[in-house]
Design a protein around this ligand. Structure first.
Ligand code: GLN
Length: 548
């Protein structure tokens, strides 16, 4: 058992979607700024072994770690806030816990015993929670419990953290995130739902130490006192979390409310009294005071739910701030672009086009049409994963004249399978966790746009795919002006696709969005936004010239 690591548990009450992930990440940021090493993990109460098999409409984006874990999107927030990579150990679901316990039972590890929720499932959960702190590399481990207190599914998790309090005593702290609703008819903030939520937690044996209260209006001192009195916490431990303009302001709002201070006091740790947030503040200044704005289209088939493309949207925010520009995203449903005469109507206002990752055939033709428009009109284009594959198809059809070119994911019998299933994927039967996942090396060709952007001969980027460029067509593409500027030299997989005659046209088989953070915006997105700004300026100049 680790000797010093402190454990903070964040639960949620009253309703879902209160932003536990952002509060956890903000607290972690403040503790990190005080000089502590901090890790965050998420426990998800659903039965899927991981979110990799979920449709984005169900649960938003699936975030992929360096070690190839398909995880909850909150891990993306953790990385973007802390600038530290996460791994398989930072996310566990009920499904994975049960899978592990059942495997142990089959192996005979519990021979002679009845296997039960308590102690077998709870022990497995506790073991998982403590794993991150085990080698002593973290001063603080923050654990976010998914779901809302009172849900049937989250009970074993709450029971596990109750037990951990008794195992680790003052090294454990409970933070409960709750909602203080505002009744507009009477003009009042109401505390009752919070009182009930804390009562439910108390029934399970957990007394929260700190309450973080989501609210649309400021909490006055009397209201804070009332909450403190009914919920058995100090008044200083009633923390207001008012709606923020951007999630990136939340660490500062939490600092104003002294969340980090009360946490340090309760856990009996000090750290630097003067948190170092200068990089964070520099980002916020650029974000809040942009010198220009830029319109970018994000073409995808899940655009109704913005969380489906969360990391891409955040990477654009980081890259925008770096360019002192506000990025205005136009979320465009790919199936709206299926008819070619819609394309110009929907895309003429934008100065850059991103075609998003995805699976299956819905909206594919729209994506291909958007790419054709970007290629023919010199509009900066970034294709990510399926977006890159569509760029290959578009080039094959419209430049190389292979009218039926396709991916075998979309059309198994095409005569020109320019994108085809990777060899190692063909023999797989299970869908869960079997894609080509995680970070792989990619070698960059000299004197290409990619080499100018990365300024490194070899990079590592994260992947999540089953299909790849079909090397049978390599010569034909290269002889017609395409440059495959990034390559995995181990398996000859073409990682990137460039058209040098175009001002900025790049498709990447990998997912650069997963690696962009506030303090380290991704160079590909930074360059794409810069190129889009340039394109916007050029088109204004052309318009002025032609009106003279
Ligand atoms: N469906 C494609 C593949 O599996 C692309 C995946 C993606 O965009 N993440 O290769």
């Amino acid at each position: 058992m680790p000797s010093k690591t402190k454990y903070i548990f964040v639960t949620g009450g009253v309703t879902s979607s209160l932003g536990k992930g952002i509060i956890s990440a903000s607290l972690a940021k403040l503790l990190q700024a005080r000089g502590f090493s901090v890790a965050i993990q998420k426990l998800d109460p659903y039965i899927n072994v991981d979110p990799g098999t979920l449709n984005p409409y169900e649960h938003g984006e699936c975030f992929v770690t360096n070690d190839g874990a398909e995880t909850d999107l909150d891990l993306g927030h953790y990385e973007r806030f802390l600038n530290v990579p996460t791994s398989q150990d930072n996310n566990v679901t009920t499904g994975r816990i049960y899978q592990s316990v059942i495997n142990k039972e089959r192996r005979g590890d519990y021979l002679g015993k009845t296997v039960q929720v308590i102690p077998h499932i709870t022990n497995e959960i506790k073991e998982h929670i403590l794993k991150l702190g085990k080698n002593g590399s973290y001063d603080v481990v923050i654990t976010e419990i998914g779901g809302t207190v009172g849900d049937i599914e989250s009970l074993p998790f709450i029971e596990s953290i109750r037990q951990l309090k008794w195992d680790l005593h003052e090294r454990v702290l409970f933070i409960h995130l709750t909602l203080i609703p505002y009744l507009s008819t009477s003009g009042e903030l109401k505390t009752k739902p919070t009182q009930h939520s804390v009562k439910t937690l108390l029934e399970y044996g957990v007394q929260p130490d700190i309450l973080v209260c989501r609210t649309e209006h400021h909490l006055d001192q009397d209201l804070r006192k009332k909450i403190a009195l009914f919920c058995n916490v100090d008044v200083s431990c009633v923390i207001e979390s008012i709606d923020a303009k951007t999630i990136y302001e939340v660490p500062l709002l939490m600092q104003e409310e002294k969340l980090d201070e009360v946490v340090c006091k309760k856990l009996n740790i000090n750290g630097s009294p003067d948190p170092d947030l200068h990089k964070w503040n520099r980002f916020l200044t650029n974000f809040n005071q942009p010198e220009s704005d830029i319109h970018i289209a994000l073409v995808g088939k899940y655009v109704e739910l913005k969380d489906s493309y969360l990391s891409i949207a955040e990477a654009l925010i980081h890259a925008g701030a770096k360019n002192k520009t506000k990025v205005i995203i136009h979320w465009i449903h790919s199936s709206k672009l299926d008819k070619e005469n819609n394309v110009g109507k929907l895309l003429h206002k934008v100065s850059g086009i991103i075609v998003a990752p995805g699976f299956g055939s819905r909206g594919i033709e729209g994506k291909i049409n958007a790419i054709k428009y970007a290629r023919e009109n010199n509009i900066p284009f970034l294709g990510i994963c399926l977006g890159m594959q569509c760029a290959v198809i578009e080039f094959a059809r419209n430049v190389l004249n292979m009218k039926d070119a396709n991916s075998t994911e979309i059309n198994l019998t095409t005569k020109n399978p320019v994108i085809s299933m990777m060899e190692e994927q063909k023999k797989l039967k299970n869908m869960g966790g079997t894609m080509r996942l995680g970070a792989y090396h990619c070698k960059i060709k000299k004197d290409t746009l990619l080499s100018k952007i990365y300024k490194e001969p070899t990079i590592q980027e994260r992947h999540r795919h089953r299909y790849e460029f079909n090397n049978k067509y390599l010569d034909e593409f290269e002889n017609n002006g395409v440059v495959f500027s990034g390559k995995n030299t181990k398996n000859q997989l073409m990682e990137t696709f460039e058209i040098p005659q175009h001002p900025w046209f790049i498709g990447v088989q990998y997912h650069p969005e997963y690696k962009s953070t506030v303090e380290n915006p991704h160079p590909l997105f930074v360059s794409f936004v810069k190129a889009s700004l340039h394109a916007a300026k050029n088109s204004v100049e052309t318009a002025v010239l032609s009106s003279k």
